[in-house]
Design a protein. Structure first.
Ligand code: GLP
Length: 242
């Protein structure tokens, strides 16, 4: 089995390579459906996509952007909500129309229904052409924590303790359950192309496990070893144990 691994020599190069993957997908397919991820790993690549677009504008009226996951039970305009992050980092800069930015709501009284709607909206648009993924230090993808079955479809997962504590602190929400609505592993594996992006020292251990361990639900990202078109984009720190 051969894996496609790209090791950028620094953060700047990492962000540029990733940004050009997104731009390249939009240019080669004017109706592309592109899944983005939020977090520290992706925010600079989004900024660079916006900068490239500002200096070389092109028609994005047929492009669909969506977020891999969303926090539940917080206001949508909370700075840490994926909707708000993506809107501020990339969606508005590209002028993507509201109807072409697909996100589940943060607040709902029927998340199961919302999960189904989110998934079928993506299917209606022909499925995912490119999915950018971040990597949790425990190997999670989106909100699919260790133990999530590989055949999972869009669902509401629990939040890991560290993230939950941060969200509670920032939103001052003390009651109620906080969770994450996320594409399932099966949906992720159905994307035509995937770029798994991981940078920094803190990801080095899990990067090695993801790529070198046997495939197991204990490390959700290990399933990506089997994807026919997944590129693992790393910086030198994240790749240091390979
Ligand atoms: C969060 C998000 C994921 C993201 C991951 C990595 O849990 N739900 O979508 O990919 O963590 O985040 P970071 O890039 O900040 O390490």
């Amino acid at each position: 089995m051969s894996l496609k691994i790209t090791i950028a020599k620094n953060e700047e190069e990492f962000d540029r390579i990733a940004a050009w993957k997104i731009i390249g997908c939009m240019l080669s397919n004017p109706h592309a459906v592109i899944g983005l991820s939020t977090g520290q790993t992706t925010k600079n690549m989004h900024r660079i996509v916006s900068e490239i677009f500002r200096s070389n504008p092109f028609d994005v009226s047929g492009i669909t952007l969506f977020g891999l996951d969303e926090i539940t039970n917080v206001p949508r305009d909370y700075d840490g909500a994926c909707y708000t992050m993506l809107k501020n980092q990339i969606v508005d800069a590209l002028g993507i129309k509201e109807e072409n930015f697909i996100m589940p709501p943060t607040l709902s009284d029927n998340y199961t229904e919302e999960a189904k709607k989110f998934q079928s909206e993506l299917e209606l648009r022909g499925g995912i052409d490119l999915q950018i993924l971040g990597l949790g230090t425990n190997g999670h993808l989106g909100f699919n924590q260790p133990g999530t079955p590989f055949e999972s479809e869009t669902w509401i997962s629990r939040m890991d303790g560290v993230l939950e504590a941060r969200v509670r602190k920032e939103t001052r929400i003390t009651e109620g359950e906080l969770g994450g609505l996320t594409l399932g592993i099966k949906n992720i594996m159905h994307a035509r192309k995937i770029v798994l992006a991981a940078k920094g020292d803190s990801k080095a251990e899990i990067v090695k496990k993801m790529l070198c361990n046997p495939i197991t639900t204990d490390i959700p990202a290990s399933i990506l070893q089997l994807h026919p078109d997944c590129e693992f984009l790393l910086d030198e720190q994240a790749a240091k144990h390979l």
